[in-house]
Design a binder for this molecule. Structure first.
Ligand code: SF4
Length: 286
């Protein structure tokens, strides 16, 4: 499916977004490396849509069609953190982690203006977060990520979440993301060599795998690749879902089969059994 076809099948996007307000924010807990629960302030930033048009993506629904201006993203972050503080005054930001998710690539200058980096890192320092997790397509990893990291205090670690999705070569070729196992491994190595952690998002039953047995087999291979070969400290399993128009069309043609809760559980157990990193099921709907 071409990017134009993917776009032509789209339902409406959320038109109520504001440039100075995040799409959403919440507190969540996730297990740390030793199994202890860590608080995370999770912010979903309003920003311009990602330049790729991946066939399974619906994240564009909560994005803007134009870039935000310098200063807008820090305003969103301040707003979310103040609201989180008001909602739960006993929870401490100090020592917690902050996830700055933008439904695209944090280091894409058309998404998050580069001028805002020092203000964002100041905010992270002021609130006492010890880990910042941003999401990014491998193509946007480079000098900006290094500069951003250098602006953080030495006590704060930078972690980048990347959408690996699947290592199945046909899926990688047809999904529209321009990433395959090799490119992903290169990006993971860049992060490792520069002392950043990385976590992988992986699709359970991606499009273009036409039978359940193969989907599970490639799911296991992808998990092994992420945790063992690329040393992801964390893998989030995401059930591929419909709702963006394109996935419904693929399902009709037999090019996508939805995973069952039992399959999701089996893959998650397999990943945990590898004993090579944390594996969680990502239940976000956004
Ligand atoms: S790169 Fe990520 S955010 Fe962009 S279209 Fe693909 S899945 Fe969606």
């Amino acid at each position: 499916m071409t990017p134009q076809e993917v776009q032509s099948l789209r339902p409406d996007r959320n038109t109520s977004l504001r440039v100075d307000r995040p799409v959403g924010f919440l507190w969540e807990q996730e297990p740390g490396p030793d199994g202890e629960l860590i608080d995370s302030a999770v912010l979903f930033l309003s920003n311009r849509e990602c330049p790729w048009k991946c066939v399974m993506c619906d994240l564009w629904k909560d994005t803007l069609t134009e870039s935000v201006q310098p200063g807008d993203i820090p305003k969103q972050i301040e707003f979310a953190l103040q609201e989180l503080k008001t909602a739960d005054p006993n929870r401490s930001f100090a020592g917690a982690q902050i996830k700055l998710y933008n439904s695209g690539s944090f280091f894409d200058p058309k998404a998050i203006p580069t001028e805002d980096d020092p203000i964002i890192t100041d905010l992270v320092q002021r609130y006492g977060f010890t880990r910042v997790i941003v999401e990014c397509h491998p193509a946007f990893l480079g000098d900006r990520a290094l500069r951003f990291q250098s602006l953080l205090p030495s006590t704060t670690r930078l972690e980048v979440a990347m959408g690996l999705e699947s290592i199945h070569p046909d899926v990688c070729r047809q999904m529209g993301k321009g990433v395959d196992a090799e490119k992903y491994a290169k990006a993971a190595l860049f992060l490792k060599e520069n002392d950043m952690d990385h976590r992988a998002f992986m699709l359970v039953h991606p499009p273009y795998i036409r039978d359940r047995k193969s989907a599970m087999e490639w799911g296991r291979r992808t998990l092994k690749f992420a945790l063992i070969q690329t040393e992801a400290t964390f893998v989030s399993l995401i059930q591929t879902r419909g709702g963006n128009g394109a996935m419904e069309k693929l399902a009709e043609a037999g090019d996508w089969i939805k995973s069952t809760p039992a399959e999701l559980k089996e893959l998650s157990r397999f990943g945990i059994g590898l004993n090579a990193g944390r594996v969680l099921v990502d239940r976000w709907e956004g």
